[in-house]
Each structure stands twice: as structure tokens, then as C-alpha cells.
Design a protein around this ligand. Structure first.
Ligand code: SF4
Length: 311
């Protein structure tokens, strides 16, 4: 690949109107040296752009032009108001490589570049891994935030175990919720087809819904957003089914399950049927709240003898 082709395509895609670009500027001769010195990688390199650029550098025995002429990258993206996402080409693509020296080496370079990009007036964010066990997620977020001067962190999942193919939308949602709670700003959806094949539209749908739930859970901690859950708690307690579906992030699936399992008593559901705890105590907690938390009195006043015996 002639170097000019790289710059031409960069310019062309910016002109076509992309909103952000993942560009592997953090792979350089130092990163490759670190990989050689480390001497192992259980999962190899899993980034297409990262492996392509590494092969180009080794083949031409040259520095990565996207690192060497980083100013040029920034000027092009800035001119077209495109967000620069500093790609994670040496990300851990296997749990056993998580937070290894090569990954951290690239993170250091990307954090340096994020500062340069920001100072040049380009919107810049740093990409994170990849495959990371849950006890290392917080450290990765702290390092990125500290070393980049609080640049936005774009977590690719992370996938939190390698042994659940077919369910990687869930392994990554666990990682995404935690990384978001710890301060990551942008997450990447993963589909059930990850590591297995090209996703079908239904896989994409599952991946996006799952990632959306993960982002919401992260925001509950990061942004202290709990109001929607409070509303849902009250709707469930009061058996207000319409409100429950209106509040749900996943209304369609919730309605599908409810409608195919119609209970004998419209108020309850088929899980507990006649033993529905919420129906037995309906109205009690509302009264208790209004009376300033006098729950015990409200509870015993509300129960009829037959219900009390039944409990
Ligand atoms: S039947 Fe059980 S699960 Fe269903 S609404 Fe009542 S308490 Fe909840």
C-alpha cells in the first residue's frame, strides 16, 4: 500500500460525512518493540486495522505514518469536524492478555496523542480494550482518564470471559455496565455472533438492546440516575402493568412474554398465580408512605382475616 493512498482515503471518507473515525495512531515502532520484548501474546492481535498496519510497518521497515504525521491526521479530521477515536490496535483480544505491557504501552501513546489532538482543537477520544476480566476494568478506566487528562474513553465491551461464545452480547454487557459505572463514556455493542460469524440483523438487534441496557445500568451509578427504577418499583408494587411496559427499556419483549402467559387473575402474573405477594399487599405500602412510614400499623389494618390466615 503506497502511503499516499492512506491519506487519500482518510480525506475521502471525511468528505463523505462520517461522524467519527477509529484510527490506529498509537501503533508505532515502540509498541512493536514492546511486543517483541514481551515475547508472548496468547490471543495474538485481533484488530484488523492494527494487524494491517503492523504488517505494513514490518514489510516496509518504517514508522507508522499515522503516528509519524499525527498532525496531518488531526488537521484532516478537524477540517471536516470528525471525531478522532484513537484505535486500540494492540488491545487484549483474549482474557489472558488483559492489561499486559503491550496494551498499556499503546494506551500511553494514545493518551499522549489525545492531549495533542485536543490541544489542536480536534474532538478526540481514546479506545479501550477488548477482553478484560471484571477486576481489571476499573484500573483501565483510571489509567486512561489520568494519563489522557480526562479524554473520553471508548470501551470496546469489554468482553469479560472468553468461554461463552454465542452469548458475548452478555459477557460484554457485563463489562460495559461496569466500565460505564467507573467512568467510561462510550461503549461498543457486541452481538451473539461475536467470534463465530457475521451477525444477522436479529443478532445486531440483540446486541444493541443488550448494550443499551448496559449503558443504562452504568449511568445509574455514573450519573446517579435512579428515577426510572423508582417508578418501575412502584408500578410493580401496585401491579400497574401498563405503566410497567411504558417505563421498560424493553417494552416489546416484556409485552410478548406477558401476552403469551395470560394469568387467571389479570392483576397478577403466572409466576406466583394465587400466591401473588403484590396483590395480597396492594395499597398497604402506599398508605404507609403517606402516613410517614408507619408500615406495621398500615399492614395489619389492611389485612383481612382470611388473607392473614393464608399468609
Ligand atoms: S404473581 Fe408473583 S411475580 Fe407475578 S406480579 Fe405477583 S408477586 Fe410478582
Amino acid at each position: 500500500m503506497p502511503e499516499e493512498l492512506l491519506w487519500d482515503i482518510l480525506e475521502k471518507q471525511c468528505e463523505e460525512g462520517v461522524a467519527f473515525m477509529a484510527i490506529h495512531c498509537g501503533i508505532n515502532l515502540m509498541t512493536i518493540h514492546r511486543l517483541n520484548k514481551q515475547g508472548y501474546r496468547y490471543g495474538g492481535l485481533v484488530s484488523k486495522g492494527g494487524s494491517y498496519l503492523t504488517a505494513w510497518m514490518l514489510h516496509n521497515n518504517r514508522e507508522n505514518p499515522l503516528y509519524e504525521k499525527f498532525d496531518r491526521v488531526v488537521e484532516i479530521l478537524k477540517k471536516h469536524d470528525v471525531v478522532l477515536s484513537l484505535g486500540n490496535g494492540f488491545r487484549a483480544g483474549a482474557i489472558h492478555d488483559s492489561s499486559d505491557r503491550v496494551q498499556i504501552q499503546e494506551l500511553i501513546i494514545n493518551c499522549e496523542l489525545a492531549e495533542v489532538g485536543r490541544n489542536m482543537g480536534c474532538q478526540t477520544m481514546v479506545e479501550g480494550p477488548g477482553h478484560i476480566p471484571i477486576d481489571e476494568i476499573e484500573a483501565n478506566v483510571i489509567l486512561e482518564k489520568r494519563m489522557s487528562g480526562e479524554s473520553p474513553f471508548y470501551m470496546l465491551g469489554p468482553i469479560t470471559t472468553d468461554v461463552a461464545p454465542g452469548y458475548d452480547h452478555i459477557t460484554s454487557a457485563i463489562g460495559a455496565a461496569l466500565s460505564s459505572a467507573y467512568g467510561a463514556d462510550f461503549i461498543c455493542y457486541v452481538t451473539p455472533a461475536e467470534h463465530l460469524g457475521l451477525p444477522y440483523p436479529e443478532d445486531v438487534k440483540q446486541g444493541v438492546i443488550t448494550a443499551r441496557i448496559a449503558a443504562y445500568i452504568g449511568d445509574m451509578t455514573k450519573l446517579k440516575k435512579r428515577g426510572r427504577d423508582r417508578e418501575m418499583s412502584i408500578a410493580r408494587r401496585d401491579l400497574d402493568w401498563k405503566k410497567q411496559f411504558d417505563i421498560a427499556l424493553t417494552k416489546d419483549e416484556a409485552l410478548r412474554i406477558r401476552n403469551e402467559r395470560q394469568p387467571k387473575n389479570e392483576d397478577s402474573c403466572t409466576m406466583c398465580g394465587d400466591f401473588c405477594a403484590s396483590r395480597i399487599l396492594k395499597g398497604v405500602f402506599d398508605d404507609a408512605i403517606k402516613q410517614g412510614g408507619k408500615f406495621q400499623a398500615a399492614l395489619f389494618m389492611s389485612l383481612s382475616i382470611s388473607e392473614f390466615d393464608f399468609i
